[in-house]
Design a protein around this ligand. Sequence first.
Ligand code: PLP
Length: 387
Amino acid sequence: MNSAEIISLFEQYVMPTYGRYPLAFVRGQGARVWDADGKEYLDFGGGIAVNVLGHSHPAITAALTQQSQVLIHTSNLYYTAPQGLLAKKLVELVGSAGKCFFCNSGGEANEALYKLARKFGAGRYEILTFHNSFHGRTLAGISATGQEKVKKGFEPLVDGFRHVPFNDLDAVAKAIGPKTAAILLEPIQGEGGIEPARPDFLRGLRRLCDERGLLLMFDEVQCGIGRTGDFCGWKSIAPDVVPDAVSWAKGLAGGFPIGAIWARQPYADLLGPGTHASTFGGTPLACAVALAVLAVIEREQLMANARAQGEYFQTRARALPGVTQVRGVGLMLGVELAVENKPVIAKMAEHGLLGVPAGTKVVRFLPPLNVTRAEMDEAVEKLKASL
Ligand code: PLP
């Protein structure tokens, strides 16, 4: 099938929920993908922060093949080793005693956080979130999200979310009321335009949560899994801060669907038997792939690579004409333009470079963590040509 034929199938049979680029991909290798007409692209969108090892990584193929030949799914009525081992690994990577719950996506992981907060609150149910945040497309997810455009047409929203200005500790302190149970934030806002929290803001939130008896919850769906140069995105900003709960998804299994949360003790047992569930959550297959991905990230020191390549890209991108600002941490990169982002992203595709819009003027680059210096140079040249 060529690109036009694939696109026409979508026009007829797939719900038009996405504004898609007119590109249809059939194959990927490392940081590159090929469309159905044979054109090659440097994939710096990374499936929106998902393909942490790039495309067709042999470790992912091996884990998928081996585990699928042994045991794919059992339900959570039973125990399986991969889920237990992945939970142990995640607890070790966070570095504080706690436990995990597994699901399939970022939106679903955040749902578990909302329910954890309500259990913790025992009557207090309000969660403070932030302007420009993004927490997913479930009904509670759009209620938590601090952007009007995702809510329109879906009212009434889920009660109990209030949005406050990001990086403004005084505003947060003033917003806490008798019903507030938790604060939820992306330590680096992704969809909102690559906006990192300030270190003093994260530390201040921790202090406020301790003083006022609130859970501090981090949505690391986009900024986690090593992308910022640390497994935990917030540790790239304030390594001394320990949250009460964290959500992950996207890159955790390098493209195979999985979501997870971690909650620290003494909150890790709040969601007891019968309170929460997910049929596909933590299957042996998904967990085996995630374990393989985490092993490659560690063995090949990809977090150090993410830091180094990210810094290099920032320096080079800052020098480009038409670029007003370059923000980000590690390989979570935002290039702010003097003009609107969407026409530039279309031009980039013509030049064989994929990126993702954020806000109206930011082009996001979320390349695989094993990206090379040569690929970084190539991306900068293609971006320059597109500007
Ligand atoms: N949280 C953040 C920070 C995200 O960036 C996203 C997706 O972009 C989500 C949650 C939702 O994740 P999913 O699309 O897997 O439900």
